[in-house]
Design a protein around this ligand. Structure first.
Ligand code: H2U
Ligand code: ZN
Length: 333
């Protein structure tokens, strides 16, 4: 039997994705631009994230030697009043803290090429920031993410990410909390551990298996090479990981990004980030990371969410199983 078009439901958000495996063979006359070259410099005096350089705000970065975190000079969240709501147009206040995290002083060395201890330091910093930000009054959620590559809106090639601590639970996280709570209420088990058990039993969508974390292409993946990184136990936040888990997360991340970079022999753009339990009760919630890369068939051909996807629902040609098999076939060195 040949696999025909079908829909798959995202268990975390409730959204559906249309899968059209037969379309993989169609001719391609779409966008094709050469990828941006990888930065080679270890220090770029023109880079506002490099050690010792003065940022756009006039504040100089210290001569930092490890991970360096600072308050975003152009934060998306600012103090002030929200416009009032009325019975038709609703508004809500939005306050919080935006931080920038430089993974290390080396301008040209991203996760896949960083020494293990340096990636562990990034993971440790994520944990420390999580704990410190949740300790601030009014913080409801801490979202840690990285935009990699100009294609994904990164403003700078220096290896870095962002942390937004918000006084509300953002929409994506709210949906995922509700789904995980409903599953836990119904079964008594965390949803993502059931998903992990099923993925390990089937095997077809696994990409990287560590001692404490697994990276896989989820059954419901929307982006061609989307992955989900899951812990092996029900841990809710980064600051609850023990030392062995932090070390393994660093290792799984490095191995996964190395595979991505090998896929089209170019630095692989993506938006990557963690969903961790918000403040208060978060029944059944399991910490996890999503990696959303836009690339489709080469370093220069990306997927755009257009047409039916904007007006209907997301659609993919390459099956999640085929995407996982391609990532599994690549080297990690
Ligand atoms: P992105 O590359 O994902 O945009 O993250 C970089 C962040 O760094 C961005 O939010 C901040 C930008 O506001 N930034 C500073 O705070 N100061 C600077 O001098 C440069 C960039
Ligand atoms: Zn730099």
């Amino acid at each position: 039997m040949t696999l025909g078009s079908h829909r798959r439901r995202n268990l975390l958000t409730g959204a559906w994705v249309l899968v059209s495996p037969h379309r993989m063979a169609r001719p391609w006359l779409g966008e094709s631009t050469p990828p941006a070259a990888a930065p080679a410099l270890a220090h770029d005096p023109a880079c506002t994230l490099c050690a010792g350089v003065t940022r756009a705000s006039g504040i100089a970065n210290p001569a930092y030697d490890g991970v360096y975190v600072f308050d975003n000079d152009f934060p998306a969240l600012s103090p002030g009043d929200a416009p009032g709501s009325d019975d038709l147009f609703e508004t809500a206040p939005a306050n919080g803290v935006c931080r920038v995290i430089c993974y290390g002083p080396d301008h040209g060395r991203h996760l896949a090429r960083m020494p293990h201890a340096d990636i562990e330091a990034v993971v440790a910093c994520w944990a420390t920031e999580t704990r410190a930000l949740f300790a601030r009054p009014g913080i409801a959620a801490v979202t840690i993410f990285e935009n990699r590559g100009a294609m994904m809106g990164a403003s700078n090639p220096h290896p870095h990410g962002q942390i937004w601590a918000t006084d509300w639970v953002p929409d994506e996280l709210a949906k995922e909390c509700a789904a995980q709570r409903a599953h836990a209420d119904c079964t008594g088990r965390p949803l993502l551990l059931d998903v992990l058990a099923r993925e390990r039993a089937e095997g077809a969508r696994l990409v990287v298996e560590g001692a404490h974390f697994t990276a896989l292409v989820p059954f419901w993946a929307t982006w061609p090479f989307e992955t989900l990184i899951l812990p092996h136990r029900a841990v809710a936040r980064l600051d609850a990981l023990d030392a062995a888990e932090r070390a393994d997360l660093a290792d799984v991340l490095r191995r996964l990004v190395a595979r991505y970079d090998a896929l089209f022999a170019a630095p692989f753009p993506y938006s990557f980030g963690f969903h961790q339990a918000p403040a208060g009760a978060a029944e059944g919630f399991v910490l996890h990371a999503h990696v959303y890369p836009p690339l489709l068939r080469s370093a220069s051909v990306r997927k755009h969410m257009v047409g039916f996807e904007m007006l209907g629902e997301p659609q993919r040609d390459l099956t999640p199983e085929a995407a996982a098999a391609r990532l599994r076939d690549l080297p990690e060195a």
